[in-house]
Ligand binder design. Structure first.
Ligand SMILES: [Zn+2]
Length: 175
């Protein structure tokens, strides 16, 4: 008898824009590896951050850690680097402004149009402008993630960057 079990995608909100995705034996983090963040924005507790840095539960089997952009409420290089040291199977990725702050063989510098694969996770990369009023030179990626071929997520700005009406976002806090 062959028993086929459909993999279930679990999504856990971490803090601010950070999420933990888990499907089967593979997990990914997007915008969750950061430290002090930005004033008034949610951050991981010290315990959560320590678990993330040491690849302890719930941050086990992490195969991919992505940052959409380099702002410190989405990304912290030492935090992410510590996870890579704890978990050699993980790959860290982000736009060049993020990747240049990381080192080691498991770093992806992700440009628009790139497609990458690791374990059961596929990534396709897009680029959209960061919300105003920031410097327009901020490289801000959007990721199309497929976990085990069954689930697709489009990750966008945490404050809901609206492709139809970007102007609406200008009144919001720009992070
Ligand atoms: Zn930002």
């Amino acid at each position: 008898m062959i028993l086929l079990l459909a993999a279930v995608l679990e999504i856990q909100h971490l803090a601010n824009a950070g999420i933990l995705l888990r499907c089967g034996d593979d997990a990914a983090i997007v915008d969750g590896a950061f430290n002090e963040g930005v004033s008034s924005y949610a951050v991981l507790s010290a315990q959560q951050r320590h678990a993330l840095e040491s690849a302890a539960p719930p941050f086990t089997n992490i195969r991919l850690l992505l940052a959409t952009h380099q702002h410190k409420d989405h990304f912290d290089a030492p935090t992410l680097q510590r996870h890579l040291q704890s978990n050699p199977r993980a790959i860290a990725g982000g736009p060049p402004q993020v990747a240049l702050q990381l080192h080691g063989p498991n770093v992806w510098s992700l440009q628009p149009g790139d497609t990458r694969q690791t374990a059961g996770i596929n990534v396709r990369v897009f680029r959209v402008p960061h919300n105003e009023p920031h410097d327009k030179t901020i490289e801000n990626n959007v990721y199309l993630l497929t976990l085990h071929g069954k689930f697709v997520l489009i990750w966008r700005m945490p404050l809901g960057l609206n492709f139809e009406s970007c102007a609406d976002n200008r009144r919001r806090d720009g992070y």
